[in-house]
Design a protein around this ligand. Structure first.
Ligand code: ARG
Length: 272
């Protein structure tokens, strides 16, 4: 690592939901197969390890109570979008997940957030809406509607860069792209259309391109604090690329959650 690539971190606060009722009971993305068994106790151990990892990196983790009958509620990233203490609620595409929107909105209302807004447009929270410091990246094509950009601009006041997702395996933006810091991303180019790749190239000065084998274990479903990048431990190639760029990769095994199409980032909603 050279002087120019020294990376800085600052403490974050994350909201997480324990996978008490986690299961794969329906299939709303290509990773989900209700016939394949899920080890719930293992899912819980993996989730706790993720929580402990954040805490050991100096971050604060808050939790929301999981609700029975909402097996995907563990994927807190989808619960809302939070920037500058303002909250835009989620509006889920599939009926199986729709009640999660209120569960998360209520958590924010009960925890002193003043500006909590419901969304009238399909959007799956920070699964598709990724804050990059000076702009908001908004993925669409599978779960969220491009029109959410107007609500985002109005509530948060940041420029919005809409990105079209084209590969159903990477159905949420956070499965195909991780913001490492304001000027740096890692992403899987094949998950985006040409115009979106061009938009990313003009906004970010440093772009790490993930290889097929790392994208295919949801390696891009990571969380960066500016220096430490928590990502699926299976994504060894991406971890090496991140280290080369001056970041500190921290691998976690989320194999049980992956059966629902989720990884560490999906389990994490950043409270900014
Ligand atoms: N089973 C969930 C779904 O398909 C997984 C959500 C993953 N969340 C994420 N932020 N990518 O909706």
């Amino acid at each position: 690592m050279t002087e120019t690539t020294r990376r800085c971190t600052h403490a974050r606060t994350y909201l997480m939901c324990p996978p008490e009722h986690f299961a794969v009971q329906y299939a709303i993305n290509p990773w989900m197969n209700p016939d394949r068994a899920v080890d719930n106790a293992l899912a819980m151990r993996q989730w706790r390890h993720l929580r402990d990892t954040y805490q050991s990196l100096g971050h604060t983790v808050r939790t929301i109570t999981p609700e029975a009958g909402l097996p995907d509620m563990v994927f807190a990233a989808n619960g809302a979008t939070v920037i500058d203490g303002k909250v835009l609620g989620a509006n889920f595409k599939f009926p199986q997940r729709q009640p999660e929107a209120d569960a998360y909105l209520n958590w924010f209302r009960e925890h002193g957030y003043g500006q909590v807004r419901e969304s009238h447009v399909l959007n799956e929270g920070e699964g598709d809406i990724v804050f990059a410091g000076r702009a908001i990246l908004a993925g669409y094509g599978f779960r969220s509607d491009q029109a959410v950009r107007d609500e985002l601009t109005e509530l948060f006041g940041f420029p919005v860069i809409s990105l079209r997702l084209v590969d159903p395996r990477f159905y949420h933006l956070d499965t195909a792209l991780v913001v490492l810091d304001e000027t740096t991303i890692a992403y899987y180019p094949a998950a985006f259309d040409d115009a979106s790749r061009a938009a990313l190239a003009s906004h970010f000065s440093q772009i790490i391109e993930a290889k097929d084998e790392d994208a295919e274990v949801l390696g891009l479903n990571g969380i960066s604090d500016g220096r430490n990048v928590v990502l699926p431990v299976q994504a060894t190639g991406l971890a090496a690329q991140l280290a080369e760029a001056g970041f500190s990769p921290v691998g976690v095994d989320m194999s049980e959650l992956l059966k629902a199409g989720g990884g560490p980032k999906c389990c994490t909603l950043e409270l900014r």
